[in-house]
Ligand binder design. Structure first.
Ligand SMILES: CC(C)(COP(=O)(O)OP(=O)(O)OC[C@H]1O[C@@H](n2cnc3c(N)ncnc32)[C@H](O)[C@@H]1OP(=O)(O)O)[C@@H](O)C(=O)NCCC(=O)NCCS
Length: 207
């Protein structure tokens, strides 16, 4: 992750998002700000071995998720982070998240995402990713969006490739997950490329 931005140093696009994230509506889902009441469903869906295998270990309790949500909202108000809950149209429950962490330069950010495994291969990822990348460039005013995926994480890498991210290289031994060290692939999307890439995404494949 790029150096986290001190709130006072950030100068990005419109600052209105710092007072609260707008609801973003896609074909299959709604993205909205995380709420404290999302903690139980996020705990149930995002702490399974298959979801958590290649990502920073999630909190181990519902209370830990509640603290994360409080922290994320605080960081949003400081202009450093935007965390969206994924709510499919077919349910009221949050089943995943997309998060964007801004770097100190105000032009670059790292994003990450996770969905409960029952929702993999349903088209939710592409639908949400399009909204989040649009938000990053149009609302946050970013120039470059980075993502890191453990090399062995085939779904994570496949998802990034599918939405048009460019593989810039391999970061050797960049990720330590509880003592197990992994190489990561660095994927980027530039604002300049996004308009072209998003055209190819209009029909995100559903398995
Ligand atoms: C990453 C994640 C959000 C993607 O959502 P998803 O619904 O699984 O993604 P999709 O099914 O739309 O796309 C994944 C792509 O990887 C491909 N893929 C899956 N398994 C694969 C494999 N073994 N080898 C190569 N590609 C593979 C899929 O085929 C798919 O592409 P396709 O639709 O063109 O076939 C979800 O898998 C997840 O939450 N994973 C756990 C958390 C995580 O790893 N986050 C990413 C950190 S970078």
């Amino acid at each position: 992750m790029p150096p986290t931005a001190p709130a006072s140093q950030l100068v990005v696009g419109s600052a209105a998002w710092r007072t609260g994230l707008s609801v973003l509506t896609g074909t299959r889902l709604t993205l909205r700000e995380l709420r404290r009441e999302d903690a139980p469903s996020r705990f149930a869906l995002l702490t399974t071995d298959e979801v958590a295998r290649f990502i920073t270990p999630p909190p181990t309790t519902v209370e830990g998720f509640e603290r994360f949500i409080t922290w994320a909202r605080q960081r949003r108000s400081e202009g450093c982070c935007a965390c969206f809950a994924v709510v499919p149209h077919v349910t009221d429950t949050a089943v995943g998240l997309f998060q964007i962490h801004l770097a100190a330069d105000g032009h670059t950010a790292e994003w990450g995402f996770a969905l409960g495994s029952p929702y993999w291969g349903t088209g939710l990822f592409v639908d949400g990713a399009r909204l989040v990348v649009d938000f990053a460039f149009a609302t946050l005013g970013l120039r470059r969006l980075e993502a890191r995926a453990v090399v062995e994480n085939e779904r994570g890498n496949g998802a990034l490739r599918k939405i048009g991210a460019v593989k810039e290289g391999v970061l050797r031994q960049a990720f330590d997950r509880e003592g197990e060290v992994f190489d990561q692939t660095l994927w980027t999307i530039l604002r300049d490329d996004w308009a072209h890439a998003s055209v190819a995404l209009t029909g995100g494949r559903v398995h």
